[in-house]
Design a protein around this ligand. Structure first.
Ligand code: ADP
Length: 473
């Protein structure tokens, strides 16, 4: 089959979170299964662009409203990622360093989607499936069905829409409806949710199939979906949860060049100890105490706002028997608080505020525990990386965390789970972690080597997506 993945992120070209990891890995595994999987994404000005070779494959022009834009499509020449990668260049809109966060994000992603539809409309053949990821590509299922210039050739192409995160929906005021290419106005309801053009809602309505990145998230969306609960309930018949996998080539403690010492499950104790020493040295922490780390966006969804109080309470309550490390960026006020705390808890807590891919690898390798108190977690990749690196996940029982981690109190359990996103639950779990680390070495060692054998590679999920596509013909 020929599958076209359309997304705003793809690792290592541009990544802001888990979406990038998924789009960088899933097509590779689908290619290995014998299919043609391609990725189309915006051409941002990131390092990857300048370090690789490209060829021009198409040029065209389109409009958003009265604004005409010229676009070009380039293809990476050497198949570096293991699949065909296409970038859409639109000067003045997509030529930025960051993926998101600009005032004109609406115009940027609308122009991107229009350009993609226009390009595919010019192909001499049609692909077997368009796989759209998150709201930045959520208007494509509508556009190919109801926009006059696309529907004749493209309306018959099956569309799959994957919800990576339903918190962000890409809302566009109806005053900007004319940004879309002319469409059948009887169908305006397929764009609307609560008197706003809602690309996430539109995709859920118009795509042939909707997937979420874990089973539990699919259930949770029916009662917590940032206003779309009724829609997810209504469309449950065409929805399915498929757990994300991880790229086991990029994330392999035995070959990872970004960590201090490579190791596998046999050498886990020694290997992790060396990485922990390196990390503790960098951050002025004590390598003999259990190290509990947090990696992620500093936003409410991840309960990052609880970290300052949870960390200080844990340090006091457990008499400094654990060390804490935070790597993250996001809410500026929170960034400031987490930075200031360094002085107060010198030797017990440290943080790096910012985005640092290599440091994240060293933290997965060198930490004993990874804390994820998320309020919402559609799938969560961090806990799967932690498992692969023998780092015990401490997670709230939600979404994909619920589906991938079991509590050490259960038979064969290999993690620490808690129910509430609260300072109390986190601090209590820190106590359990300290007890495990200090008093139960046999269980601790068994958990570490057991979790490293769990297969979270893409093999199964990539095949499951293929089954979904095949069911649409
Ligand atoms: P989300 O997509 O909601 O942010 P995921 O758990 O699905 O969460 O994916 C997060 C990804 O982003 C992981 O690969 C994680 O290691 C990475 N990450 C998040 N914040 C940072 C950071 N500050 N520095 C480096 N990597 C980060």
């Amino acid at each position: 089959m020929e599958i076209i993945h359309i997304a705003a992120e793809c690792y290592p070209v541009a990544k802001a979170g888990g979406l990038g990891d998924v789009v960088g890995a899933l097509p590779k595994y689908q290619t290995e299964l014998g299919h043609i999987a391609k990725v189309v994404m915006p051409m941002y000005r990131t390092k990857f662009l300048y370090e690789n070779q490209w060829e021009l494959v198409h040029e065209g022009g389109q409009h958003i409203g009265s604004h005409y834009f010229h676009y070009s499509i380039i293809r990476e020449k050497t198949n570096k990622l293991g699949f065909d990668l296409y970038l859409v260049d639109i000067n003045g809109l997509l030529d930025r360093e960051k993926v998101y966060g600009y005032d004109d994000d609406t115009e940027r992603f609308l122009a991107f989607q229009v350009a993609v539809c226009d390009w595919i409309n010019k192909w001499s053949h049609t692909p077997d499936v368009l796989h759209c990821h998150d709201h930045h590509t959520g208007l494509i299922p509508f556009m190919i069905k109801y926009c006059f210039e696309f529907r004749d050739r493209l309306a018959g192409i099956p569309t799959v829409f994957t919800v990576h995160n339903a918190q962000y929906q890409g809302w566009i005021g109806w005053d900007k409806y004319y940004y879309l290419p002319a469409f059948d106005s009887w169908k305006w309801g397929m764009l609307d949710w609560d008197n706003t053009i809602n690309p996430m809602a539109s995709a859920v309505k118009c795509a042939w199939k909707v997937t979420t990145v874990s089973n539990s998230y699919l259930d949770e969306l029916k009662y917590a979906a940032n206003g779309l609960q009724n829609l997810f309930t209504y469309e449950q018949g065409k929805s399915q949860g498929i757990l994300n996998g991880i790229d086991t080539e990029v994330w392999d403690p035995l070959t990872d060049s970004l960590i201090a010492k490579n190791y596998d499950k046999e050498l886990v104790a020694k290997g992790k100890r060396k990485n922990k020493k390196e990390l503790a040295g960098k951050f002025g922490l004590d390598p003999d105490k259990p190290l509990i780390s947090f990696i992620g966006r500093l936003v409410g969804e991840k309960s990052a706002d609880l970290l300052p109080d949870a960390i200080s309470q844990s340090i006091y309550q457990h008499h400094g028997h654990a060390n804490f490390l935070v790597l993250g960026s996001g809410n500026p006020e929170l960034e400031g608080r987490l930075d200031q705390m360094k002085k107060q808890f010198n030797g017990y807590y440290n943080s790096y505020i910012g985005y640092d891919e290599s440091l994240s690898h060293l933290i997965y390798a060198g930490s004993d525990f990874l804390l994820m108190p998320s309020r919402v977690e559609p799938c969560g990749l961090n806990q799967m990386y932690a498992l692969r690196y023998g780092t015990i996940p401490m997670v709230r029982n939600v979404g994909g965390l619920k589906d991938t981690v079991t509590d050490m109190g259960d038979p064969q359990g290999f993690g620490i789970k808690f129910n509430q996103a609260s300072v109390g639950d986190i601090s209590y779990s820190v106590g359990r972690a300290i007890d495990l680390y200090t008093n139960k070495p046999d269980l601790y060692n068994w958990m570490r080597s057991h979790m490293m054998t769990i297969d979270h590679s893409w093999n199964m999920s990539a095949a499951e997506y293929i089954k979904v596509y095949q069911g649409l013909k």
